[in-house]
Design a protein around this ligand. Structure first.
Ligand code: AMP
Ligand code: MG
Length: 466
């Protein structure tokens, strides 16, 4: 399931960004990582003794169609490190050159998309959402051909593992049930050890992944995150968000929001994400069937029942999160809550209201000043009616401030930072990273980072030239 491989030589490595706290957490010395040997490690040109970088094999459903052999086409797993808390973490490079899985690709990555992954993954982490982390982006000094020639880069990323739904699809596809079992045992040990004690460990593994993904996708929805490419190869077994390509944070609330130029049918639009997650988990169940029961029919029946928990778990996680966003944690009247939320979402959609600003400003409304929120709406009468009913439930502004971020990586600011960085100016990137690193604490001077895109920013599209 993995082939030993080596990174291509980077002619002129230059550090663009280093995550010092994460380096320290991993037991790596940030000062050393900045040296020329450190940079060589971060682009894969200096392999620590005893380590064997590998390209991992996986399969995947991409936009609904099955690709039996994908794998790390431009990435390498450098090795595993035990972090300060004793946890095992993968150190992985993206953009390190062609591998045997590269198919038609050049194996490379450009500075912009690697910095995008860095910014968004670190913002997600700061928001408290499970995600792979970003350790560094190093420019390679090698140009990359996309629509134009762009500077190349390698992203060093850290994950609790790189096991994907697609890894299981690949193992299943080999027809080697023993391989599939070893992979499942490995996933249980690494991510879901409680499953080992269950009556049916492999079914319990599946259920643990279902629960982790239900919780994860609920968190995406609550913060307005659109992954953009929810192919089964981009869905982890650990429940961490992975593979930030054409992803974005939604501004005006609309379930149909999608940003990716490659997602023509809107398959991975904001509002579809829970359904797609469940669909992907059904593909995981199919891959696991031979381990679940010797009798295929019984295996299917068990898997279907376990997958059935997804909807309820998702709803529970989402509702609890929405209650907190509205300052109405447990104990409030359910009968009043649900219609209140439905009405709110309809109002947000009709008024093209900025999702993040709305929830954050609503904290002020809980404290008695509805004006900042009110300004976001066109239908003032409808808004006033809603606010009155919501306030009657006694919302808790402090709860709201803890869960409704002020700063998210807004698309226009991400674009601005990536464009400047591609041209050699890292200041906007550093300022943006600073803002999103502490998303819940409002700070003077950062108003720009808390404001929706100017109208002339237009329809946002991210391109597949990642
Ligand atoms: P992604 O959409 O980034 O998750 O990638 C999907 C698949 O395409 C994975 O197997 C990648 O390794 C591969 N891939 C993406 N870009 C390249 C590239 N420039 N060169 C080689 N393989 C690539
Ligand atoms: Mg991927």
């Amino acid at each position: 399931m993995a082939l030993p491989w080596q990174a291509e030589a980077a002619p002129d490595p230059r550090l663009l960004v280093l995550n010092e706290p994460l380096a320290t957490e991993l037991g790596l010395d940030p000062a050393w990582l900045r040296t020329s040997d450190g940079l060589r490690l971060l682009v894969g040109n200096l392999v620590p003794s005893g380590a064997t970088p590998v390209a991992q094999a996986y399969a995947g459903h991409q936009f609904g169609g099955f690709a039996p052999r994908l794998g790390d086409g431009r990435a390498l797993l450098l090795g595993e490190v035990i972090d300060a808390d004793g946890r095992r973490r993968d150190l992985h490079l993206k953009g390190s050159g062609r591998t045997p899985f590269a198919r038609g690709g050049d194996g490379l990555a450009a500075v912009g998309p690697m910095l995008r992954e860095y910014v968004i993954s670190e913002a997600m982490h700061a928001l408290g959402i499970p995600t792979t982390r970003s350790l560094a982006v190093v420019a390679t000094g090698r140009p990359v051909r996309r629509e134009t020639l762009l500077p190349g880069a390698v992203l060093a990323r850290v994950a609790s593992s790189h096991l994907r739904v697609g890894s299981f699809q690949y193992a299943r596809g080999t027809g080697d049930v023993d391989l599939l079992r070893r992979l499942a045992d490995h996933a249980i040990t690494r991510h879901h050890p409680a499953a080992a004690e269950a009556e049916r460990p492999y079914l319990a593994l599946f259920e643990a992944v279902v629960a982790a993904q239900a919780s994860l996708v609920a968190q995406w929805m609550l913060v307005g995150f659109v992954h953009g490419v929810m192919n089964t190869d981009n869905m982890t077994i650990s429940g961490e968000t992975i593979d930030y390509g054409p992803c974005s944070f939604m501004e005006a609330f609309d379930p149909a929001t999608d940003y990716s130029s490659i997602d023509v049918g809107g398959r991975y639009a904001y509002g579809n994400q829970p359904v797609v997650a469940e669909w992907n988990l059904a593909r995981l169940a199919e891959a696991l069937l031979p381990l679940i029961h010797d009798d295929q029919e019984q295996a299917v029946a068990l898997a279907v029942e376990s997958l059935g928990a997804f909807g309820q778990q998702y709803e529970a996680a989402w509702s609890a999160g929405m209650r907190a966003k509205l300052g109405l944690p447990d104990g409030h009247d359910d009968a009043a809550f649900s219609p209140l939320v439905d009405e709110l979402l309809a109002l947000l959609q009709e008024g093209h209201v900025d999702h993040t600003s709305f929830f954050r400003h609503l904290g002020a409304a809980a404290r008695g000043d509805a004006e900042p929120t009110r300004r976001l709406f066109l239908d003032l009468a409808a808004f006033d009616g809603w606010v009155e009913r919501w306030r009657a439930l006694g919302p808790d502004a402090e709860v709201m401030d803890r869960v409704n971020p002020v700063y998210i990586p807004r698309n226009h600011l991400v674009e601005e930072a990536l464009t400047a960085a591609t041209e050699g100016d890292l200041d906007p990137l550093e300022r943006l990273l600073d803002a999103v690193a502490t998303p819940y604490a409002e700070r003077p001077g950062l108003e720009r980072y808390a404001t929706a895109a100017p109208k002339d920013f237009g329809v946002y599209r991210t391109f597949c030239g990642t």
